[in-house]
Design a protein around this ligand. Structure first.
Ligand code: ZN
Length: 385
């Protein structure tokens, strides 16, 4: 069985338990059983939201370019508040209200509780076994949650059975159930707030990613590695040094690293590898796309190109106002440019292809000042010589 199948099974069991517990709770009048029904219902809602969010995370558009993956977090936060409210309500009734138990239906209530207890224990056991086999922390965590559910069914069972011995501990058990619900809610809230605030991935995952990157013999250093976890997905941002003077080759290695990370680490949504070649060809000619004296954000923004040839003082300026991306790419090739500095790569595939074919490397920069951007590139050159 795959992970999604376990999630579906857990969802089905929680819906089933919520229904029978609610029926049992209403028939017997047991507050603890009703509380337990609400808990099962919230578990079902949480897994339903997690399930739907997988679908919604694929909905990407201009306004939500990363997809709506955080809907899951918002949904779970709403559920945790609903749980806190329920816990409060149950505790209130347990402390103040009179609890009338309908003895006629007591065996039904006990039967339902036993079924819930046994099914939760079984699911928890199976989930943990599968979690270890599939190496899934989520599944193992879920197995512990299911164990909590079994524990709360056990408490209800003790309460209902105690009536046969003439003891009434319903009030206290209902309070204990309220505590279990509060605990579940706080746990959920803690996780979700962390995810919304872009908590870092665990150390183990980060080490694993680092190992993958360094397993490439061409990579000499991982200068920065940030991994944030949001909505159950990982966003990886790495700056590495690649031991080659060939920009096309560096680009290919970076692509391969991205592919390997996506294959070996689960739930990776985005990998961004920024690479710095450790050495640059001699006699390089660097071009900067500019717009009103600033580095152009995109190829199509370009008004003029400044071309710096090594060993020559002043840059050559080529006017390019209103020209297409392809036209700019052709001009760069014609001028024998090795590196072109711009905010981003060109959007046009044809322009990309023209540059790629002639091994013109596009250096993306965030700098606005052309000379600062040029210094970024020169720094790399100096490191080598
Ligand atoms: Zn639960």
């Amino acid at each position: 069985m795959r992970k999604e199948h376990w999630a579906l099974l857990s969802l089905a069991l929680n819906i089933f338990q919520a229904l029978i517990k609610l029926v049992g709770g209403l028939l017997t009048g047991s507050l603890s059983l009703i509380g337990d029904a609400v808990h099962s219902l919230s578990d079902a809602l949480a897994s339903l939201i997690a399930f739907l969010s997988i679908k919604f995370s694929e909905v990407k558009n201009e306004r939500f370019p990363y997809g709506l993956y955080k809907l899951e977090n918002i949904g779970a936060i709403v559920i945790s508040f609903f749980l806190l409210f329920t816990a409060w309500e149950i505790a209130n009734r347990a402390l103040k209200g009179e609890i009338e138990i309908n003895y006629e239906y007591l065996p039904v209530g006990i039967g339902i509780t036993v079924v819930s207890l046994v099914s939760s224990l079984t699911l928890s056991f199976l989930e943990r076994r599968a979690g270890k086999k599939l190496n899934s922390p989520t599944l193992i965590a879920d197995s512990y949650h299911t164990l909590t559910d079994a524990f709360s069914s056990f408490l209800v069972l003790v309460s209902l059975a105690s009536y046969y011995f003439g003891v009434n501990i319903e009030r206290y058990v209902a309070l204990a159930i309220a505590l279990v619900i509060t605990f579940t809610a706080l746990q959920l809230l803690k996780e979700q707030v962390g995810a919304i605030l872009d908590i870092s991935a665990d150390k183990e995952t980060i080490e694993k990613i680092k190992k993958i990157i360094l397993s490439f013999p061409e990579v000499s250093e991982v200068k920065r590695l940030l991994v944030r976890s949001a909505g159950g997905k990982l966003f990886i941002d790495a700056v590495i040094t690649i031991n080659t003077d060939d920009f096309v080759k560096s680009h290919r290695i970076a692509d391969e690293i991205e592919k390997r990370i996506t294959e070996e680490i689960p739930n990776v949504e985005m990998v961004f590898i920024h690479y710095e070649p450790c050495c640059v060809r001699e006699k390089t000619s660097v071009a900067i796309l500019t717009n009103d004296g600033k580095v152009a954000r995109t190829f199509s923004d370009t008004k003029s190109i400044l071309i710096f040839k090594e060993g020559e003082g002043n840059p050559v300026v080529v006017k390019m106002e209103g020209k297409s991306e392809e036209c700019i790419a052709k001009e760069l090739v014609r001028q024998g440019v090795d590196i072109v500095i711009s905010g981003y790569h060109p959007k046009s595939n044809r322009a990309k292809w023209i540059l790629h074919k002639s091994k013109v490397f596009v250096w993306e920069t965030e700098k606005e000042n052309p000379y600062e951007a040029l210094a970024e590139v020169s720094q790399i050159k100096e490191k080598v010589s």
